[in-house]
Design a protein around this ligand. Sequence first.
Ligand code: ZN
Length: 265
Amino acid sequence: MLSKGKKKHLSELAEFVANEYCPEGVVQPESIAKSKGIQYSYGEYADDFDGMLEHSNGQFHIFINTDRLEHAYKPRARFTFAHELGHYFIDEHRNALQSGQAPAHSSFTNFASENVVEREADFFAACLLLPEERLRKDCFRRKFSFRLADEMAHKYQTSITATLLRFITIDLYPLMVVCSQDNKVKWQWNTQDFPYYNLKYKKEKVPEDTAAGEYFAEGIKYSETEIVFAADWFQVRDKQFDRQFYEHCVYSDARKTVISVLWED
Ligand SMILES: [Zn+2]
């Protein structure tokens, strides 16, 4: 994981860039690029990369691969564009590229990269597209529900995953997000104030009595928010095994992936 200090730095940097170049409404990566004189192009580059920032003859150029990302205005393409802007705005990334220490690298944006440079750019991108002040204002005095996260994803034209990550890093509500694939837990995020941390079977297996578990066992997909109990998801030691939680799932059949959002009433 990125250190706390690093995250703080990246989110402050992104907030500054958002306020400086797109002070209101939805952040448009293209107009930030224009303001900084960065050229960009959308092209079909097969499966080589999602995006790339290149530096040659004193000029920066962002390439966005529409083969992998559909339309330019779709959340994934916007996110990739913002990720490439991260490589530009993060001093170490830009300096390495400018001085020729690092070659133009291919980026795959998926939040789970082993590469710290990629994780930094992903984190920057989520912060840039979902600026903290704006999000806090929008959520002020509103209770958490999946609908609220979905509403913000639509408003800011970001994926539900990026939006939930942002809810967690800003710590707007006590929340946990679990991503499962092939009946195994791929990653989990939670706020400090979420009451549980240890999943029932750690990463080995998705607990069977959860909404995500039912998808892997029986292919059941819930479109509504479900009620689950603490002992369904977590290792419970405090006799509060029947503490109630909400679980809302987002399914991807193609990737055999379920994103579970967990929160308390
Ligand atoms: Zn990258």
